[in-house]
Design a protein around this ligand. Structure first.
Ligand SMILES: [Zn+2]
Length: 97
């Protein structure tokens, strides 16, 4: 059950990031280690804004990855066709959404 509640808090963190409408998320604490070192990145298709979203913590290197998401307005969309778009995404532990 502990695992489930942790999973929920990654999702609820992502939801509050999306609600914030910006990829400047340094005021959001990590649901795992509570440091303000989260980063979010949408990799996808600029025409449809269909994307895979990566949300991770640079302090503890945990996070989630969700495909077939839609990048909200205000979020930077990194073109998936450009290999440089994934630069800087660390090899973090991905919790199942
Ligand atoms: Zn963390």
């Amino acid at each position: 059950m502990k695992r489930n509640s942790r999973r929920t808090s990654w999702i609820s963190t992502l939801i509050s990031v999306i609600d914030g409408g910006s990829d400047r998320i340094d005021h959001h604490p990590c649901p795992r280690c509570e440091k303000n070192r989260l980063e979010v990145r949408y990799l996808g298709y600029p025409e449809s804004r269909l994307a895979t979203v990566h949300l991770w913590c640079n302090a503890c290197l945990h996070g989630i990855q969700i495909s077939r998401a839609r990048a909200p307005e205000g979020m930077t969309l990194y073109p998936i066709k450009d290999p440089a778009s994934a630069d800087g995404i660390p090899d973090f532990v991905r919790h199942q959404p």
